[in-house]
Design a protein around this ligand. Structure first.
Ligand code: TYD
Length: 243
């Protein structure tokens, strides 16, 4: 078979939410308050709803695995990366994260709260950079075998307001990218949300933390009812030399 015949494009598996467990992702510009809101949701579930701590996995992309943290360091604090290489690194981080951390937790019936998922790639690498948003979407969906969250919470904050929230002394590579880039990213997130209102909940991130939190609770109420009460505890971790 010639290389042309072999190159039929990436096979995108059917898009699907997880069969067990609940998967919620948080998206938005840098400084929109995603990590604060994830923490508030986690605390609420543990203290007010008596959800067992080990049922909730809070994780992030890039990162979320030891290899992912190395990729994160390269992407955010390393040298400039060529756009295709950058897109592949985010996809590689995501493939590894989903298969080794997120899917096992979901398969046990757990709840996953992820700080960013593939919509970030579409918005940042697709709209913000020179690459095509459709190609980035295909690449990411291939990397995760079609897995989509039950719910994606978009914390929307106007670009100028986000700029004012950030400390210029500690900006990473993407945060330094300028207003026009961040405006394109914001618009792409809003377009993605408008195209898929079933999965997305858009929340005004300029409200107070408590107001946003209340809206997050409303946004996840329905999907949390999918929760599997027969959550299986994680098998004990075995050391490499015991295997
Ligand atoms: P984030 O975790 O929000 O940064 P911080 O720790 O500063 O809050 O996100 C890290 C950066 O990575 C952010 O600028 C967005 C970018 N990013 C992409 O460009 N593509 C992606 O697929 C992901 C997941 C993140």
């Amino acid at each position: 078979m010639s290389i042309i015949e072999a190159a039929r494009g990436l096979r995108i598996p059917p898009l699907h939410p997880p069969r067990r467990g609940v998967f919620v992702s948080f998206e938005g510009g840098d400084g929109a308050g995603k990590s604060t809101q994830m923490q508030m949701l986690r605390n609420h579930l543990v203290t007010e709803r008596s959800v067992a701590e080990d049922l909730i996995l809070t994780t992030r992309e890039p990162g979320g695995t030891p290899m992912g943290e190395s990729i994160r360091e390269l992407l955010l604090h390393g040298e400039d990366v060529e756009p295709r290489a950058e897109a592949l690194l985010y996809a590689a981080d995501r493939a590894h994260h989903i298969s080794t951390v997120v899917k096992p937790h979901l398969a046990r019936g757990g709840l996953v709260l992820s700080d960013r998922y593939l919509d970030s790639s579409v918005a940042y690498q697709g709209a913000g950079r020179d690459l095509d948003a459709e190609e980035i979407t295909s690449l990411s969906l291939w990397a995760v075998d079609g897995l989509l969250p039950h719910r994606t919470i978009l914390l929307d904050v106007p670009t100028q307001a986000l700029e004012e929230r950030r400390d210029p002394a500690i900006l990473d590579r993407l945060e330094q990218a300028g207003l026009e880039f961040h405006e394109a990213v914001r618009q792409e997130f809003l377009d993605l949300a408008a195209a898929d209102p079933e999965r997305y909940a858009v929340i005004d991130g300029t409200l107070t933390r408590e107001e946003v939190h209340a809206q997050v609770l409303t946004a996840v109420a329905e999907v949390l009812s999918l929760f599997d009460p027969t959550f299986e505890p994680a098998p004990p971790t075995r050391h490499r030399d015991e295997q």
